[in-house]
Design a protein around this ligand. Structure first.
Ligand SMILES: Nc1nc2c(ncn2[C@@H]2O[C@H](COP(=O)(O)OP(=O)(O)OP(=O)(O)O)[C@@H](O)[C@H]2O)c(=O)[nH]1
Ligand SMILES: [Mg+2]
Length: 498
């Protein structure tokens, strides 16, 4: 659905891949193109204009981190603003104990209310363990009741209707029915109209007055693009909306409605319909959609992590110390802290470009915690001069960190090996390669495992390094190549899933 927008946007951004500051000139050019791509995707005019203005403001003069390009930085800013523009707060439903949750569905004719009613009932039953009751409150069309009954019968969801009663009466009666039959969630399907008119709004108003819905959803047909947004605005004038459900996103809609609805109406998109089957309903997640549109989730995450955590100066300083063999346990500790701040290692690894054959599933955050605890139990003096650490100190450190003398020994040994490795690498000229990686990626120790020959050194908790709890590195030679390939495929799959 968003293919053409995605294509255009990624072309624009890759044009901005030169490293360096975001300059007014290159940014203006890029933003103007993005704006026209948005309009082409049927994004509301005002929405596109506002969005671009905010991105420009955020990006102006922003320093580009050394490890990312201006284009990548802009992707990140654009991403955040888009998510901001669409994201909903909290959950779509708040269920309360002791009384049924009432959900009202409204919308124009043919927008997909009845279909969505059944989809939601199944979603609530299967994902939230609710016991739904669907109420056929569309008394305009005789066939409407049958349509809902058929859907209910096919999916084992009871449908309530009493012939001859007006919608508001049906709603009240349904409450009693739910109490009598042990149903805890009531979904009211209402009649559609070709246009929003006085009669429709009054009908909905009467239903609301009788049963006070917990959630009122407007069902909009995404294929109608900006008309969907306009009708949402009009509904919003008289009907308090908690959310919008966009249907037919599987069609050839350009997606503009999804991007505009929340900004224009204030009501967030909560679900999207992606087909005619009852299972074709998805919870709407702004961040996922935006990642899909930009097709650059990896870049965004990378910039985020680089921004949030890594003090580049510090990384460089550490690198220099490594090159001079001045890398101490303190530096080691600093790097561990940085790695930990970055959140789950697993997550981090899977987002780093050029992070070779590390199986993210093999990373053990707990082992990292342990290593850090051991180091924190050392005195600063001990960290500077590990040779001070005799058996009694080891005992103290083990006790302080809740580990064992063996664990302390293990850490010290690894650190020693690491320093030896540095020397070897330096001699072998590998150091410059390592340096390049460090400086370029702005990364910490994580990058190093890759450069260390197998079995020679280790960082606890990192795969490929034989620390406490770290699984063995994939074997050498063919196995390693295989592992590399598997990893690449795994990542590719991961990207597609977004
Ligand atoms: N492709 C696709 N079709 C959908 C989707 N949602 C609904 N439809 C189809 O849209 C048509 C209208 O759906 P209904 O659920 O009857 O719409 P309604 O809003 O209840 O219509 P009225 O009761 O007449 O106002 C049906 O043919 C549905 O199968 C969707 O997400 N994707
Ligand atoms: Mg209907």
């Amino acid at each position: 659905m968003f293919e053409s927008l995605t294509q255009r946007v990624s072309k624009i951004f890759s044009g901005l891949s030169r490293p360096g500051k975001l300059s007014e000139a290159n940014m203006d050019e890029g933003l103007a193109e993005i704006r026209s791509a948005l309009l082409e995707a049927d994004v509301h005019f005002r929405v596109a204009t506002d969005l671009i203005a905010r991105v420009r403001e955020k990006a102006a003069g922003q320093d580009v981190l050394k490890s990312v390009s201006a284009g990548q930085m802009l992707v990140k800013i654009f991403h955040d603003e888009l998510v901001d523009m669409m994201a909903a707060e909290g959950e779509p439903f708040a269920f309360e104990r002791g009384r049924p949750t009432i959900i009202l569905l409204a919308g124009l004719q043919g927008s997909g209310k009845t279909t969505t009613c059944a989809k939601l009932a199944l979603h609530l039953r299967d994902e939230h363990r609710r016991k739904p009751l669907m109420v056929a409150a569309d008394v305009q069309r005789p066939a409407a009741v049958d349509q809902l009954r058929t859907l209910g019968a096919a999916n084992d969801v009871p449908v309530f209707h009493v012939a001859g009663e007006p919608p508001e009466k049906l709603a009240t009666l349904a409450l009693k029915e739910a109490a009598a039959t042990g149903r805890d969630t009531i979904l009211i399907d209402t009649a559609g109209r070709l246009h929003i008119d006085e009669e429709l709004m009054q009908e909905l108003g009467r239903v609301r007055a009788n049963v006070t819905p917990d959630v009122t959803f407007l069902v909009c047909d995404a294929m109608t693009g900006q008309d969907a947004v306009r009708s949402a605005s009009a509904f919003k004038e008289t009907l308090p909306l908690d959310g919008v459900i966009l249907t037919k996103l599987d069609g050839d809609s350009r997606g503009g409605a999804a991007l505009s609805v929340r900004h224009v109406t204030g009501a967030p998109v909560r679900f999207v319909g992606v087909g005619e089957k009852v299972t074709d309903l998805q919870e709407f997640h702004a961040d996922r959609l935006v990642s899909r549109i930009l097709g650059m989730g990896d870049v965004v995450t990378l910039v985020e992590k680089a921004q949030g955590v890594l003090d580049e100066e510090q990384a460089e300083e550490q690198m220099k110390r490594m090159l001079d063999n001045r890398f101490s346990l303190d530096d080691f500790l600093g790097q561990l802290k940085a790695l930990k701040k970055m959140g789950s290692m697993r997550d981090l690894m899977s987002h780093l470009p050029g992070m070779p054959d590390v199986d993210p599933d093999a990373i053990d955050d707990k082992a990292l915690d342990k290593t850090q605890a051991v180091m924190l139990s050392m005195t600063p003096d001990e960290r500077k001069r590990p040779e001070l650490i005799d058996l009694s100190r080891k005992r103290r450190i083990a006790k302080g960190s809740g580990t064992t003398v063996k664990a302390v020994d293990g850490l010290l040994k690894q650190f020693q090996q690491m320093q030896q490795m540095m020397k070897k690498l330096k001699k072998g000229g590998l150091m410059s390669r390592l340096a390049g990686r460090f400086m370029g990626g702005g990364m910490g120790l994580g990058s190093m495992g890759d450069m260390l020959p197998e079995g020679e050194a280790g960082v606890p908790g990192m795969p490929g390094m034989q620390g406490a709890g770290a699984p063995a590195r994939p074997g050498a030679g063919v196995d390693r190549r295989k592992a590399r390939k598997a990893e690449r495929q795994r990542r590719k799959k991961g990207r597609r899933r977004r």
